[in-house]
Ligand binder design. Structure first.
Ligand code: NAP
Length: 205
């Protein structure tokens, strides 16, 4: 009998900070795509980004661990945090292939607006050989197929996640303005943000 391939979801993002929208998205996609595991990979130095408002990688990694600890299917990798230089998805997928083996099927999950730019990513022509891509969009953001480079359409799935109405940008703004962030993210992450004075002046330390 043919062995079923291991299906690995790779949840890529800055997670600045991780919130309930990310967790709901990962869980719904795990369920719908029959994934065996969802590995969260916080980016070290996100490409295409002004790093001014981004909390230190160590903080974003710890918050991701705190947020995912209670889900038996979720795990967290520090590979992008530990790698020097920009966090290119291609390098991450190649590294994970070595760890998980050639037979593992990879599903790279991230925000729809990031996927809309996929053709500009580092060595993007290699990406469809390495993984399928799942673009999670928030209500109000309509990701049309026309926005996706035709070369990637056969390898990309679009899914709307209502819980992604929550956004990291909004959470950071609320912290700066001394507004409540309760229930927008797990309580342990909320406490971690205050304990470490993250996002208070618009700068992650
Ligand atoms: P981003 O600009 O921070 O996020 C784009 C949008 O997607 C935001 O609305 C964001 O919402 C949402 N989002 C981010 N990660 C998500 C996730 N896992 N699930 C659902 N929504 C998500 O994007 P980014 O974090 O820099 O990049 C996303 C991923 O693409 C990262 O893994 C990054 O390394 C990769 N990427 C690779 C390249 C490359 O290889 N050259 C270039 C660009 C991006 P929130 O702000 O609420 O999270």
């Amino acid at each position: 009998m043919k062995e079923k391939p291991y299906k690995l979801g790779i949840m890529g993002g800055t997670f600045n900070p991780i919130h309930q929208g990310h967790l709901v998205a990962a869980e719904i996609i795990r369920d719908e795509f029959g994934l065996d595991e969802v590995l969260f990979v916080p980016s070290g130095k996100p490409p295409h980004k002004d790093n001014n408002e981004i909390a230190a990688p160590k903080h974003r990694w710890i918050m991701t661990v705190l947020a995912t600890a209670s889900n038996e299917y979720f795990s967290v990798s520090a590979i992008e945090i530990e790698r020097k230089g920009e966090s290119y998805t291609r390098d991450t997928l190649l590294e994970l292939k070595k760890i998980y083996g050639e037979k593992t099927q990879f599903y790279f999950i991230t925000g729809a607006d990031a996927i809309a730019e996929i053709s500009t990513w580092h060595k993007s022509e290699n990406l469809p050989k390495l993984a399928k891509f799942i673009a999670a969009s928030r209500p109000g953001y309509k990701l049309e197929w026309e926005k996706i480079d035709p070369r990637f359409r056969n390898f990309t799935y679009l899914i709307e996640i209502p819980a992604l109405a929550i956004s990291s940008t909004e959470i950071r703004k609320r912290v700066r303005e001394n507004k409540t962030i309760k229930y927008l993210l797990p309580q342990a992450v909320e406490k971690y943000i205050y304990k470490n004075k993250l996002y208070q002046k618009g700068v992650g330390s």
